[in-house]
Design a protein around this ligand. Structure first.
Ligand code: F3S
Ligand code: F3S
Length: 111
């Protein structure tokens, strides 16, 4: 899968969303998350991000390895204020902004 890392936090340019052929880039509160099971590894999102937040899972920059598991966690575990996990919604557009983040992102320092 491809992964969205720390540079997206509080930037959320969303250029990536328009490129994804399977609509698997979901919007939280401070960042976006790629669904690891829905992503087909096409790579179309990677070059359009102005802050280079998107990388293939094997190419995560030093210090950002945690974002691989964290993108998955956004879907696998209930988010704050929600009783159930998102699971595999099969498309981000119909959900819109989720309005919550994983703990890793929610506690990320604000710049
Ligand atoms: Fe974020 Fe870059 Fe997409 S800033 S929303 S990963 S284009
Ligand atoms: Fe979509 Fe990027 Fe994966 S465009 S299919 S999230 S590589």
């Amino acid at each position: 899968t491809y992964v969205i890392g720390a540079p997206c936090i509080d930037v959320m340019d969303r250029a990536c969303v328009d490129e994804c052929p399977v609509d698997c880039i979901y919007e939280g509160e401070r960042t976006l998350y790629i669904h690891p099971d829905e992503c087909v590894d096409c790579g179309a999102c990677e070059p359009v991000c102005p802050v280079e937040a998107i990388t293939y899972e094997d190419d995560l920059p030093d210090g950002q390895e945690a974002f691989l598991a964290d993108n998955a966690r956004f879907f696998d575990q209930p988010l704050p204020g929600r009783a159930t996990a998102l699971g595999s919604p099969g498309g981000a557009a119909k959900l819109g902004a989720i309005g919550a983040d994983t703990e890793l992102v929610a506690t990320h320092p604000r710049t």
